[in-house]
Design a protein around this ligand. Structure first.
Ligand code: SF4
Length: 459
C-alpha cells in the first residue's frame, strides 16, 4: 500500500469503485486458504461488473499456488508472492503476470513506504521474517522463507518515526522474534533491541510477540524486568505439553520443563502476564496426551491462552503422520481446554476488582457504543481481553482521548474482560508533531480503510 500511495495511487476501501483490486492472501491453514479463494472470487465479480480493470493476487497463497491461481481464475491478471512485494507497481502498471518461484527473500526497512492501518497510538513493527524451525504442522518456512533479521538501526529508526507521529505502543512481530539478530552476528539481539527501544521517549509500552520457548534467555528476561517501557508481557506459543506430541511436532521439550521456565519468568519479572497457544488434535494425540495438556493448563495458570484445532495441510510434515484424530474429538478437546482456562482467567481477573491500573485508552468500543475500550499492560492489541471504560470524563471536566495513558479504577470483572472508569489522565507527550498534530500525509485526508483507522504513510 505504501509503494502504491507513494506513486500517487488513491486507496479506497470500496471494491466497487477501485480500478485495481489487490487481494492479499493467507495460506497458513485450510480455512485461511478457503477464505482467500473466496475473497479472490468475490473480487473477480467486481472485475466483471464494476470499475475494476485489474485483479492482482498477492501474499502467501501465491507461494503455494502460483500457476494454479492464474489458470483457474482467468480474471486474475497477476500474482505477487511474498518475496516480490516491491514489484507490485509492475503488476499494477505493466505486464508482470507471474514470476518464477524463488525463495522469498523480501524484507522491508525503514525507508520502504508503509501505510499504517492500525489506530495512530498503536503500531506493529516486523523485526524479522521467515523461520528456520522444523515444526511439522507448519508451512510458514515454505511460504515466508529462511529466517532473516532487519537491521538494528532500521528498526530503531522506524520506532522513533512512529513515536514521533503519535504511537504510544509498539508491538514487535516476526515468526521467530527470539532469534532476532542471530543472522547479524548479534548475541541476545532481541534483548539488545528491546533495551534500545525502551529508551524511545513518548512510548508507553514496547512489547514483542511469539517467543520460542528454548530461545528465552535470562538476559531477555532481565531486560524486560529492568526497563519500565518494556511491557511485562510474554506471548510464548508452547503448542502442547505432552513429550510425545511435542516430539512428533519436532519441537522437543515437555510440560515439566515449561512449568520450570514459567516459574523462572515469573520470578524474574514480577506481575508478568503470560500468553500461550496450543494445538489440540495433532496426529497421534491420545486421550492421555490431552489429559496431560489439561493438567498443564491447570498448573500453569496462564493469563491468556489460544487453542487451535489441528488442521491438515498437504505439504506440512505432519500430513504424512498416521493416527489422525477425528474432527469431532478435536473440537470437543478444544472446548474442554477452553473451559478449564475460562475458570482460571475469571479467577485471575477477579483479583483486579477495586484496584487502580495504568491503561492505554483505545477509543469508542465497536461492540457497544456506550462504552470505550482500553488495555492494560498485560493485554496485547487484538488478541487478549479488554478493559471497557464506562466513564472517560473526570469530575473536573477533562476527558480522555484515544492514545491517552490513564489510571483506571476497575469496578467489575468477567471471564476475559474488565470494566472500569478513568480516574486520572496522564500528561500527554509533547514531542515534535504530537501536540500540534503531525503534518497530514496526503493519503490521510483522502481515504480510510475498513478498520476505520485513518491511513498514514511512513517512510
Ligand atoms: S517456530 Fe512458528 S513459524 Fe517457525 S516453523 Fe514453528 S510454528 Fe512455524
Amino acid at each position: 500500500m505504501g509503494i502504491l500511495a507513494r506513486e500517487g495511487y488513491e486507496l479506497t476501501p470500496r471494491a466497487d469503485e477501485a480500478e485495481v483490486l489487490v487481494v492479499n492472501t493467507c495460506s497458513f491453514i485450510e480455512s485461511a486458504q478457503k477464505e482467500s479463494v473466496d475473497a479472490i472470487l468475490e473480487m473477480a465479480e467486481h472485475k466483471k461488473f464494476g470499475a475494476a480493470k485489474k485483479l492482482i493476487v498477492a501474499g502467501c497463497l501465491v507461494e503455494r499456488f502460483r500457476e494454479q491461481i492464474l489458470e483457474q481464475v482467468p480474471e486474475v491478471d497477476a500474482v505477487v508472492g511474498t518475496g516480490e512485494v516491491e514489484r507490485i507497481l509492475e503488476a499494477v502498471e505493466g505486464d508482470l503476470r507471474v514470476l518464477p518461484a524463488e525463495p522469498p527473500a523480501f524484507l522491508y526497512h525503514d525507508l520502504t513506504p508503509r501505510i499504517i492501518t492500525t489506530p495512530r497510538h498503536a503500531a506493529y513493527i516486523k523485526i524479522a521474517e521467515g523461520c528456520d524451525h522444523p515444526c511439522t504442522f507448519c508451512i510458514i518456512p515454505q511460504l515466508r522463507g529462511k529466517f532473516r533479521s532487519r537491521r538494528f538501526e532500521s528498526v530503531v529508526r522506524e520506532a522513533e518515526n512512529l513515536a514521533a507521529s503519535g504511537a504510544r505502543e509498539i508491538t514487535l512481530i516476526g515468526q521467530d522474534t527470539t532469534s532476532y539478530g542471530e543472522d547479524l552476528g548479534l548475541r541476545d539481539g532481541l534483548a539488545q533491541l528491546l533495551e534500545r527501544l525502551g529508551q524511545v521517549e513518548d512510548l508507553l509500552w514496547v512489547r514483542f510477540l511469539y517467543a520460542y520457548p528454548n530461545r528465552v534467555t535470562q538476559k531477555l528476561l532481565d531486560t524486560l524486568a529492568a526497563h519500565p517501557r518494556l511491557a511485562k508481557y510474554m506471548d510464548m506459543p508452547l503448542q502442547h505439553a505432552s513429550r510425545s506430541v511435542l516430539a512428533r511436532m519436532k519441537r522437543g521439550s515437555h510440560g515439566d520443563a515449561f512449568l520450570k521456565l514459567l516459574e523462572r519468568i515469573r520470578a524474574t519479572i514480577p506481575g508478568v502476564s503470560l500468553r500461550t497457544s496450543f494445538i489440540v488434535g495433532f496426529p497421534g494425540e491420545t486421550e492421555a496426551d490431552f489429559e496431560e495438556l489439561c493438567g498443564f493448563v491447570r498448573a500453569a495458570k496462564l493469563d491468556w491462552i489460544g487453542v487451535f484445532e489441528y488442521s491438515d495441510v498437504d505439504n506440512a510434515g505432519s500430513y504424512a503422520l498416521d493416527t489422525k484424530v477425528d474432527a469431532e474429538t478435536i473440537t470437543e478437546r478444544r472446548n474442554r481446554l477452553m473451559a478449564i482456562q475460562k475458570k482460571i482467567s475469571r479467577e485471575r481477573l477477579r483479583g483486579f476488582k477495586g484496584s487502580t491500573a495504568l491503561a492505554l485508552v483505545e477509543g469508542p468500543s465497536k461492540d457497544n457504543p456506550l462504552v470505550w475500550e482500553a488495555r492494560l499492560e498485560g493485554m496485547a492489541p487484538d488478541i487478549d481481553g479488554k478493559l471497557y471504560l464506562t466513564d472517560i470524563e473526570l469530575p473536573i471536566g477533562e476527558t480522555a482521548c484515544s492514545g491517552d495513558a490513564a489510571r483506571v479504577e476497575i469496578t467489575k470483572t468477567d471471564a476475559y474482560d474488565l470494566i472500569g472508569h478513568v480516574v486520572e489522565i496522564l500528561p500527554r507527550p509533547v514531542g515534535p508533531g504530537i501536540s500540534a498534530g503531525p503534518p497530514m500525509p496526503p493519503t490521510e485526508a483522502l481515504t480510510r480503510i475498513s478498520t476505520g483507522a485513518a491511513l498514514r504513510v511512513l517512510g
